[in-house]
Design a protein around this ligand. Sequence first.
Ligand SMILES: [Zn+2]
Ligand SMILES: [Zn+2]
Length: 178
Amino acid sequence: MMAENLQAALRYAKAGYPVLPVYGLRGKTCTCPQGVACETPGKHPRGSCLCGSVAYVVEVTPFMARYCHCSRCRQARGAAHASNLVAHIDGVRFTRGADRVVTYKLPEARYFSQAFCRDCGSPMPRLDRGRNIAIVAMGTLDDDPGIRPSEHIWTESRAPWFEIADRLTQHPGPPPPS
Ligand SMILES: [Zn+2]
Ligand SMILES: [Zn+2]
C-alpha cells in the first residue's frame, strides 16, 4: 500500500506537481492534484463569495500567507490590507460558478489584477498563469486553511488609521526574493 502511494506521489512529482509535506503519502483516492497520494481526501479548505454563485477549494498545502498593505490591495479589497494565501496554481480549483468570475487587470501593473464574483463583487482566487500561482483572499475562506499569515509586506503604504498589533516580520516594500 505504502509502495503504491509512493509510486503515485512520484508520478505526480514527475507531472510537475510539487510534493507536499502535509497531505503526504498516505490516504485514499481524491480528486485533488495529489490524487491517491492525498492524505486528507475531501478535507481541503473551501471558500465562497458573498452571494454563493462562486465556490472554490484549495487542494494543496499553500506556499505561504501574508498581509499586503499596498495601496492596490487596500483599494481592491476595500480593507486595511489584503490577507493573501499563495498556493500552486494547480492546487486551487473552482467548484462552482467559475464563469461568474471576472478579472480586472490594472493596466499599468505587471501582475496586479483583481478577480471577483460578477454578481456580488467578492474577491475570488486569482489564477496567475504567468507565475503559476493562485492568490486567495483569505477572508473568503469558509474553512480554516491551517496556515497563518507569516509577515506584512508594503508596510510603507499602510493605512494611517491602521495599527499593526502583532509581532510578525514587517517589510516596508515587496517581499524579499525567496
Ligand atoms: Zn457572488
Ligand atoms: Zn498588495
